[in-house]
Design a protein around this ligand. Structure first.
Ligand code: GCB
Length: 612
């Protein structure tokens, strides 16, 4: 930093006009809210090209003594003749970045970038009376701050969930501008933390829009089939800003049924609706009903499927019948074009491949995927494992980290709770087993159960070995309904044939899902099954795994690792990995590898798992 030529008070005085202009920056902006079914609301899209300024030292927000500035880049200033101090940025001259998209895939210089970037765009707006306007952000990785016309409207932490900031009082009639700062710096006390095995894609990675709502509006709702009373739909609707007594109506027009109730002190109205003749949602017949919710001046039209999911002993029951989950794990990585997946086309391609493989189940790893994936899974009848990004070794003894994980879980469940496709909320992946971690994840599991008692709670655990016996006895299993476990026999340990002599001891009488197994292969690389990185080697892993897994009596599903190759900075092997984790059954350019066909046959012939 250059030495200041003015004394500190003089510098402050020089900035005074801007300090006054930014009257509202210092007061904390209200916390963002969760909206269920935000994608079903009419919205004004703010997607497109945004001006961008790369700001590695976050000079646009912090002063030279690291205090939050009153005249940061969020003011979107233009230099004026006679200014007493320079304006050292200008969004109107800055290069643009596309929204929604990660920045890494848009500009070579940002490929490895981790830090803050500023976004700005203009828009016109006509405020309407008795209307509250919310800025809806599909996802911003990892921390983000938003200002409308220089007024701070919110900030948010967590890179994979949507959030909504009220902007009503900040909007003008006519020309408006919005500024966002997004920072994808990894920190030890973040969720996820420093180490992951995926690319830290930064930016406004999912759509941004403005949603108009009445003064009192439906923010969250949960409409599902009763587990105990057949053909009965139940749940609740929460109305933000409503007085107790406000009438709420829920209607399923196709069935000719509707119900009325009233908002109680806690802002919720209960829903109980007899739905004779209701056709259940299932993998074979993913029936979705239009459901209309009304409260005061607000109305929202949803598409909901009705099914039950529960366990009985070591069985998983979908609509009361035992099911085997023939699955595959999927990262939110865009096929063909790479980068963060976020379009209907990405979802259609990825889930279309899963269907082609013969799946009825997908593990959407390792963080909540976007609404387009979930809507597509609803339509295609793919059951979903949805995952909180509690990955590897978080600071499990830090209560602030627990609060962050809990907030992300609130947002994940709050936004996605009406998707019939989601049957499992996964709390964590491959976490080290010790007391603080077990308590941390058990607390999350209890919280998830409280938020949503209608689905099953799981986590992907590590296993330990005694000789040839693999043992699943992680104490975290007590807190779960379904035990997920990852193992890499034939890749990180032993040879593929090691699976032939492996036996399993499972200390829980609960359903089991092998949430990961597999190995890497470069598409098109051929050789003997003993040559690592060939398609033959990868296929051989699957060839030995499937009979072994069939010998585990309580195995109720699998999601091998994984559908498509994905970018990971941990994979530098030149000529083979080149920055990609190659455990995909399909390459990032859509080439099916041998193991794809092997698993496809096993799924089609139902030679793996119990037939359902
Ligand atoms: C794992 C992780 C997954 C990795 C995978 C691998 O156990 O859960 O995120 O990508 O192994 O390829 O090593």
């Amino acid at each position: 930093m250059k030495q200041p030529s003015l004394s500190l008070p003089a510098r402050a005085a020089a900035f005074l006009p801007f300090v006054l202009a930014a009257c509202c920056v210092a007061s904390p902006a209200p916390a963002p809210i969760i909206l269920t079914g935000a994608d079903m609301r009419p919205a004004t899209s703010l997607d497109g090209q945004w001006a961008s300024i790369v700001d590695p030292y976050f000079n646009g927000l912090f002063s030279f003594h690291h205090e939050e500035k009153a005249n940061g880049f969020f003011l979107n200033r233009k230099a004026q003749p006679g200014d007493h101090s320079p304006t050292e940025y200008d969004f109107s001259k800055a290069p643009t970045l596309k929204v929604p998209a990660d920045w890494n895939s848009q500009r070579d210089s940002l490929f490895y970038y981790e830090g803050p970037i500023w976004y700005q765009r203009d828009f016109t707006y006509q405020p309407k009376p008795h209307t509250r306007t919310y800025l809806h952000v599909g996802a911003a990785n990892y921390r983000s701050w938003f200002w409308v016309n220089g007024q701070k409207v919110c900030d948010h932490e967590g890179g994979f969930t949507s959030f909504n900031c009220e902007v009503t009082s900040a909007l003008h009639s006519g020309a408006n501008f919005i500024v966002a700062a997004v920072d994808n710096t990894r920190h030890e006390d973040n969720v996820p933390t420093l180490q992951t095995d995926w690319w830290n894609y930064g930016g406004l990675t999912r759509s941004v829009s403005l949603i108009e709502l009445p003064e009192a509006f439906i923010d969250q709702y949960d409409i599902h089939l009763s587990r105990t009373a057949p053909e009965q739909v139940e749940g609740w609707v929460h109305v933000e800003g409503a007085q107790p007594g406000v009438k709420v109506e829920v209607e399923i027009p196709e069935l000719g049924v509707r119900t009325f109730s009233t908002v109680q002190q806690d802002g919720r109205a209960g829903v109980l609706l007899a739905a004779p003749g209701l056709e259940r949602w299932s993998s074979d017949s993913p029936k979705l009903y239009k459901v209309t919710l009304r409260a005061g001046y607000d109305v929202i039209e949803e598409k909901i499927g009705f099914r039950t999911i529960e366990t009985r002993g070591t069985e998983i029951l979908l609509n009361g019948k035992p099911i085997f989950l023939r699955g595959i794990a999927i990262h939110a990585e865009a096929p063909y074009r790479l980068g963060r997946a976020n379009t209907d086309q990405d979802a259609a391609t990825l889930l279309g491949w899963a269907k082609e493989l013969g799946c009825n189940f997908v593990r959407l790893a390792h963080y909540p995927h976007d609404e387009t994936m979930l809507r597509a899974a609803d339509r295609m009848g793919l059951l979903v494992w949805s995952e909180n990004p509690v990955y590897w070794a978080l600071q499990f003894d830090n209560p602030k980290v627990l609060a962050k994980a809990r907030q992300q879980l609130d947002e994940e469940i709050g936004t996605s709770r009406n998707h019939p496709a989601i049957i499992l909320w996964s709390m964590a992946n491959e976490t080290p087993s010790y007391e603080a971690r077990t308590q941390f994840i058990a607390a999350l599991a209890a919280h998830a159960r409280e938020l949503d008692p209608t689905r099953l709670i799981t986590a992907a655990l590590l296993v330990r070995a005694e000789g040839n016996t693999k043992i699943i006895d992680d104490p975290l299993g007590k807190a779960l309904d379904v035990i997920g476990f990852n193992e890499y026999i034939g890749w990180y340990e032993q040879t593929p044939a090691g699976a032939d002599t492996t036996t399993w001891r499972v200390d829980y009488q609960k359903p089991l899902i092998v949430s990961e197994f597999g190995g890497g292969a470069k598409a098109g690389l051929h050789g003997s099954p003993t040559d690592r990185w060939t398609e033959e080697y990868q296929a051989d892993i699957y060839r030995h795994q499937l009979p072994m897994l069939n010998r585990i009596p309580q195995l109720r599903g699998m999601s091998p690792w994984l559908l498509m190759d994905f970018r990971s900075p941990n994979r530098p092997l030149v000529g083979i990995q080149d920055g990609f984790n190659r455990k995909g059954l399909i390459s990032d350019q859509g080439q099916r590898k041998q193991a794809f066909f092997l698993l496809q046959k096993a799924y089609q012939d139902k030679t793996v798992g119990k037939p359902d």
